[in-house]
Design a protein around this ligand. Structure first.
Ligand code: AMP
Ligand code: MG
Length: 367
């Protein structure tokens, strides 16, 4: 199948005529994308978190096609995207007061909420679960697409399963060209990491996947306790000391014992670049010194090395660039990535580390 590129870039500046022409082209692109979705096809769409791969959430054949295009394990449920709150009534009969407050505060935005699902939502969309994950993305192109199609749109990240999530339409094209009907071309994703996933089906709201919306912010809105899925802590870096001559300890997801994550997707290998990756943890000075030493060591072995040295001072930039940097390393044929840990006691830092640890296969060295 040939993947169609549909130009939905909205004007930022230009003459009146140019701006009008761009708006017209975007409207036509959105219209064409909506028609594809209504026919059961697949269209990648922009969001503020990462690009999504959309299909009709209530059509089991479209859901099955999403899993096939991504190579996604069939027990990993899809997030359903809506543009208006009244669409929720098609998906769930249980919207609590807590959920209403959270929607008021965070929608449209990077918070996904899990509800008990209605019969009409196919098991093929929810990975066989009796619950459904729903979010209203904060992107004008995608909100227009959902409205125009009149559908609830299932949309996991638009990457091949296992690779870093896509934050530009080019990333989507590299992974899924020839496997999906179309890509809505728009700008880069602003947030850069996936939404916070919050389970509202138990008594105490529980974060299953950390993201840009923090448990502190959620707690402040609902005026009550928020829990974290204990599985999120199982794989946190243990103090692993690696002296100069010692082999760093490598921890793999499969080696970790503890409770299974409640979000099925959290147990899979994820976000992995082709290169070997190590995360250095310690004072900025020690990390920079060890990064330089490691890079030299690898280079003398003929390896191509890249450094991803993030700053705790600008976690927004770390979130926005992590996945695109990992993809850039792949494109440039990098063999070895040295990354610096960010401060995981900060909730956004914790969300970034949750991704970075998976990218590195839990290969952390404390310096
Ligand atoms: P992605 O769409 O690739 O961003 O991943 C969606 C994440 O949400 C995965 O980790 C899923 O396992 C999780 N998720 C989606 N629906 C549910 C659900 N009904 N219950 C628990 N986790 C869910
Ligand atoms: Mg994903």
């Amino acid at each position: 199948m040939k993947t169609k590129l549909l130009d939905a870039r909205l004007p930022r500046e230009g003459s009146l005529e140019e701006m009008q022409a761009m708006r017209k082209r975007a409207a036509a692109a959105i219209g064409e994308a909506a028609d594809i979705l209504k026919r059961g096809g697949l269209v990648a769409f922009p969001t503020e978190t990462v690009y999504g791969l959309g299909g009709d959430a209530l059509n089991p054949a479209a859901a099955a096609a999403i899993y096939a295009a991504k190579g996604r394990p069939s027990d990993n449920p899809l997030i359903v995207h809506i543009a208006q709150r009244d669409q929720l009534t098609q998906l769930t009969g249980c919207v609590s007061e807590t959920a209403e407050k959270l929607m008021d505060a965070f929608w449209p935005g990077p918070l996904t909420m899990i509800f008990k699902k209605k019969e009409a939502v196919p098991n093929g969309t929810t990975g066989g679960l009796s619950t459904v994950a729903v979010r209203m993305p904060d992107d004008p192109v995608t909100l227009a697409l959902i409205r125009e199609s009149g559908l609830c749109i299932a949309g996991p990240s638009a990457n091949l399963s296992g690779s870093p999530s896509p934050t530009s339409w080019e990333h989507v094209y590299n992974d899924l060209s020839g496997r999906i009907d179309a890509i809505l071309q728009s700008g880069e994703s602003r947030v850069g990491i996936e939404s916070t996933v919050l389970d509202l089906t138990e008594e105490i709201p529980t974060v299953l996947r950390p993201g840009w919306v923090t448990p502190e912010e959620i707690g402040a809105v609902i005026g009550g306790r928020v829990e974290m899925d204990p599985a999120l802590f199982v794989n946190r870096p243990r103090d692993v000391s690696a002296g100069r001559d010692e082999q760093p300890e490598i921890r793999l997801l499969e080696d970790c014992v503890g409770p299974a994550p409640k979000a099925p997707g959290m147990k899979y290998r994820h976000y992995a670049p082709k290169a070997e990756m190590v995360i250095l943890q310690g004072s900025q000075e020690a990390v920079h010194r060890e990064a330089k030493r490691l890079a030299q060591e690898q280079e003398t072995r003929g390896k191509k090395v890249a450094m991803l040295l993030f700053s705790d001072e600008d976690l927004a930039a770390a979130a926005k660039t992590l996945f695109s940097e990992l993809r850039r390393c792949d494109e440039e044929g990098v063999d070895f990535i040295v990354a610096s840990a960010v401060e995981a006691s900060d909730s956004v830092g914790f969300a970034i580390m949750n991704r970075m640890l998976k990218s590195a296969g839990y290969h952390v060295v404390t310096v």
